[in-house]
Design a protein around this ligand. Structure first.
Ligand SMILES: Nc1ncnc2c1ncn2[C@@H]1O[C@H](COP(=O)(O)OP(=O)(O)OP(=O)(O)O)[C@@H](O)[C@H]1O
Ligand SMILES: [Mg+2]
Length: 310
């Protein structure tokens, strides 16, 4: 295995005791320092996959190596390299933030290190809450306490299962910034999310999972470029009865609604570049657009398209 590999998942399958096939032969390799987002609808298998990697769910077959350590045969080594923020939070604790995070570190048999705990709490903007009981914190703060716990034993890989579920927009953005900061410290981050926007904002690479199948994994920018068609929209000054025959050779469509008439050119910016051509042609046809703007589909549209196609 390459030194650069944080996680290598090979032919991983999970069939639950009731016979339900939650993971269908997953192969996935994640590099050190990556932020990898696992996207998928409810019940797709995201949590099952993360838990199988972290050693909480026992795979039916296949292997998981964490920095080269088999997560079953070398459980202790593998587990100590991993921090997990679970989807379901246990947050009714009477313990203080400080004690909870310190205790978590102890569970991994790591030497006491108040400086490290202080550093984490400050990084996650929890320092002023360190003596509060967890049950008195807001939902977003509780989630950050879970992140602090997961980081307490200095893991190399952090799993965030729906890190911003139920967190308001503003706080979500600050969590994204904190996650990016964490990556700057060299931690590999694997997160699951329902918010496509979140994957689009944060991830270097995106994996799309549906019904236990990893449909694809792809560099986020490549994915958006490949699947996301680019459109140039010409907003017309006057209504147009039909696309002029002289423009028939371009991939143009005419749309009409309360906002007026628009000619839409759909193209691939990598291989085609007809825009100036089209503009010249419009002009020679006596069509002068009132406005021109470009549009690229979001990861969300791509995602829906992929999941529906299966
Ligand atoms: N212990 C279990 N026994 C049987 N089936 C289970 C068990 N845990 C999960 N499942 C099933 O496995 C499938 C995948 O569940 P999982 O929790 O991994 O999905 P998920 O992608 O995390 O969904 P969500 O987005 O809702 O968190 C679901 O159909 C679920 O009902
Ligand atoms: Mg889940």
């Amino acid at each position: 295995m390459e030194n650069n590999t944080a996680i290598k998942i090979t032919a991983l399958k999970k069939i639950y005791d009731n016979g339900f096939k939650a993971l269908n032969s997953i192969d996935l390799e994640i590099s050190r320092g990556e932020i990898f987002a696992l996207l998928g609808p409810n019940g797709a298998g995201k949590t099952t996959l993360i838990n199988a990697v972290c050693g909480i769910v026992r795979p039916s077959s296949g292997t998981v190596a964490i920095a080269g350590y088999d997560n079953i045969m070398q459980y202790r080594e593998a587990r100590s390299l991993v921090g997990l923020v679970p989807q379901e939070l246990a947050t009714d604790s009477f313990e203080t933030v400080w004690n909870t995070v310190t205790f978590s570190r102890g569970l991994f048999g790591k030497a006491h290190n108040p400086r490290h705990i202080e550093d984490i709490l400050k990084r996650l903007s929890l320092w002023d809450k360190k003596d509060e009981q967890i049950r008195f914190l807001s939902g977003g703060m509780k989630r950050r306490v879970m992140v602090a716990k997961a980081l307490s034993h200095e893991p190399e890989i952090l799993f965030l299962d729906e890190p911003t579920a139920g967190v308001d927009v503003e706080l979500r953005k600050s969590m994204w910034a904190q996650v990016r900061d964490l990556r700057e410290t060299g931690i590999t981050i694997i997160l699951t999310t329902h918010y496509i926007e979140e994957a689009q904002e944060m991830a270097d690479r995106v994996g799309i999972i549906n019904k236990g199948h990893l449909i694809l994994t792809e560099d986020k920018n490549d994915l958006m470029q490949k699947m996301g068609k680019r459109q140039m929209i010409f907003v017309l000054r006057e209504p147009l009865a039909a696309i002029p025959t002289g423009l028939g050779s371009y991939p143009l469509t005419l749309e009409k609604d309360e906002n007026g008439d628009r000619l839409i050119l759909t193209y691939d910016p990598e291989t085609e570049n007809d825009i100036s051509d089209v503009l010249d042609n419009l002009k020679s046809q006596g069509i002068r657009p009132k406005d021109i703007y470009s549009y690229q589909s979001s990861l969300e549209e791509i995602f829906i398209k992929l999941v529906e196609a299966k």
